[in-house]
Design a protein around this ligand. Sequence first.
Ligand SMILES: [Zn+2]
Ligand SMILES: [Zn+2]
Length: 378
Amino acid sequence: MWVDRSRPMCKGSHTSGSGKGAMVHSTGTRVGSTLWFQGKGKVALRTEPIPTPGPGEVRVRVAMSVLCGSELGGLHADGPMLNAGHEAVGTVDAIGDGVVAVAVGDRVGVSAVQGCGACDACARLEYTYCPDRSVVMGMHADYIISKALACFRLPDDITWEQGVLLTGDGLGVAHHVAKRVGATAEGTRAAGSCVVFGVGPVGLGNVLMQTYLGANVTAVDISADRLELARRLGATTVVQLSAEDSLAPADEQAKRIVAAIGAAPDLAIECAGRPTSLKAALATVRPGGVVVCVGEQGSVPISPSGELISRDVALLGSWFYHFAEIEDMVSQQRAGIGVERLLTHTFPLSRAQDAYDVFQSAVAGKVALTRDEQEDIR
Ligand SMILES: [Zn+2]
Ligand SMILES: [Zn+2]
């Protein structure tokens, strides 16, 4: 399905115009670069035929994609496998049959979670609730295929850097958390106090969002570098735990965190994806507080009576974001949230290995891979 046999054979010459960066193999097939996980943390670029959009689909010439912590499992698995990139922006360079919402030349951000387009959830642009949704991966590539319904047309005043963070999970996950919290009676998303456990890129997004919404934010992590990033994004208190501290009983961690803040917080957002930090989050919030699970993890033993019922604590899950939320995030960007501050490093796609190495060093926020013509000509 990735071979575009309808294209004219332009042996040996580089294409131009909207296909900038593509080149032509000696076989005559237009090709672009796609990143592959090689196993054990290594990545490599492969030259592959440029895909053709089917009905309802568009092809996007990617301008920028960003790395996500959820890719690390695949990165360290036994390779090779297609990259798990799922946050990208670019220019539509071909459309399939029946596409009217976007046109060739449009700048778009692509939502990785894509609905069927026919159900009630999709009518509300809540693709994560669509029973027939698909998740598009492999976005660290020169060209990607997306359903047109999952392409958000970027306004002219939104840069690639901002766009990839507004339509990827950089800000989207944090926006959805705030929305979930606001949807509960006890939700205190603004002007309350909030503690974020684990300030990797997703946690940093929550620090930025909660600060913007007016909460007094505390960040908890074992990395001094990431806590410094959290401070720059608005955290007023940081608590650095040693690896040993982070495994201590929940009550001990909670005591230390509450002492640092001065009072038990209203809201705790668990982004570390660790059983001990979820338990600590439950013990840290005030009675009547809210805990949101964002970090993916397996089973964690919880006592409904001791940890939830007797303390009126609400425990929520929150996944990704709704396509319908992007407009609101664009408004927040225009109002000054400054989403681009989440981005700490940028590399060309050809230096993707360096990008992943930095990303895993715990000194980085969001890390971007850019495409430029120079790097595409091999
Ligand atoms: Zn992600
Ligand atoms: Zn649907």
